[in-house]
Design a protein. Structure first.
Lengths: 278, 131
């Protein structure tokens, strides 16, 4: 299973010389299974470059959306496969209590927010509610679970053979209680899908000081992400969803805080363009 | 122990900050959490209880209504679990501290975003003390 970061920024794209190392595009991660299955995690602005890079021979691509905040869907209308005939594009994401994914997503992919309607694109588009029990997409086993973030939001667990990737791009587990409490494994959001992951891609938007002023905004600090990684026994933690106001040096500092707090976990900052072979 | 559903995690955290007594059960009807105010009113401490299955809490507080011993199926929280709708009623209970109290209970089921039954919650308050 190969993981490639096409967008690692949170909240708002932030291109510029000060963000060139970690990148300015918003959330998008490509997962390629050992059998060639292609799954895309989130459709932030990073998905535009990914779409252009995908083989023209591809006949199916699955896009797993964690939630429908703009930084996770804004690139969808610029995803090249969506406009190719002969390809199936499967969109997965959380329903709300009253609307399915199609109804929710087409509020963005329609006028006045977007000029083209989903029904007018050339590809064969299918909508699916995010799976809450394991489903197979090609050779990958995918499972989703609701996690703490404002509005319906899921995290994903992807298994390829004996390798596990957990993706919790926007997550504020501390809103559910103390991540380091004795019974935290029972009372912490996201534990089930992240447990024992070989690679945990997790929200690390804030420094502890910033997080203290942004409780309930749906994101984690360096120390909270580190505590969560330790709680679930992740082997590696990819610090993700960098704050748009943070330059590369600020991200370096936040990642270093997490690494110090979780020395047994291999902590690194997710960088646009980087790939990891699990 | 496995992770609880997100809705229970969030409700537990909210309940921890509320002054009104809250008693929360999981989808099996077993006690999942009670807050400090509930500990005080029920005369039990969460930290001293490993578990409180359905059979224990439905019979353990000697619940009585106007006719005498209250049938389990009449308890508001049990009705919320079984009928999947809010229920309300007065009861007299005897807490773990031996004190009898008249309480009012409002209970409601918790259903997740996809309509999945997650558990139920009882909020209650003391109407009068009869020691």
């Amino acid at each position: 299973m190969k993981v490639t970061f096409w967008g690692t920024r949170g909240s708002l794209a932030s291109a510029g010389p000060e963000t060139v190392r970690y990148g300015g595009n918003t959330a998008c991660v490509q997962v390629t299974g050992s059998d060639g299955t292609c799954v895309v995690l989130d459709a932030g602005t990073g998905i535009r470059r990914l779409g252009s890079a995908l083989s023209k021979d591809l006949t199916r691509v699955d896009v797993l959306l964690t939630h429908l905040h703009m930084d996770h869907i804004q690139g969808l209308g610029f995803f090249d496969p969506l406009f190719r005939p002969g390809i199936e594009v499967h969109l997965w994401g959380p329903p709300s209590t009253t609307q399915d994914l199609r109804a929710r997503l087409t509020r963005y992919l329609s006028p006045p927010l977007f000029p083209i309607r989903v029904r007018d694109v050339a590809s064969d588009v299918h909508f699916h509610n995010a799976p809450d029990s394991p489903v197979d997409i090609g050779g990958l086993e995918i499972c989703g679970a609701e996690i703490i973030h404002p509005g319906p939001t899921v995290g994903y667990r992807i298994r390829d053979g004996d390798r596990v990737l957990a993706y919790l791009s926007d997550h504020e587990p501390a809103m559910g209680g103390d991540i380091e409490a004795r019974d935290a494994a029972r009372w912490t959001s996201g534990v089930d899908i992240a447990m024992g992951a070989d690679l945990l891609i997790h929200d690390i938007q804030y420094s502890p000081e910033e997080r203290a002023e942004r409780i309930g905004w749906g994101h984690s600090s360096s120390l909270e992400a580190a505590a969560f990684a330790r709680l679930v026994g992740a082997r590696r933690l990819a610090a993700f969803h960098h704050d748009p106001g943070h330059d590369d040096a600020a991200v370096d500092a936040i990642v270093a805080e997490a690494a110090e707090a979780a020395p047994e976990v291999g902590v690194f900052g997710a960088r646009e363009g980087a790939s990891i072979d699990l | 122990m496995a992770q609880e559903p997100l809705e229970l995690i969030l409700f537990r955290q909210l309940s921890s900050s509320l002054a009104i007594p809250i008693f929360m059960v999981d989808a099996d009807g077993d006690m999942a959490f009670l807050n400090e105010a509930a500990e005080q009113l029920l005369g039990v401490r969460l930290d001293e209880i490993d578990e409180m299955p359905f059979e224990a809490w439905t019979t353990g507080f000697a619940a009585r209504d106007e006719a005498g011993e209250a049938p389990v199926e009449s308890l508001p929280l049990v009705r919320a679990i079984r009928e999947r709708r809010p229920a309300h009623g007065p009861l007299t209970i005897t807490g773990g501290d031996g004190v009898s109290r008249r309480i009012e209970i409002t209970a409601f089921p918790l259903e997740g975003a996809r309509g999945r039954f997650i558990g139920a919650v009882a909020m209650f308050w003391e109407a009068a003390t009869d020691e």
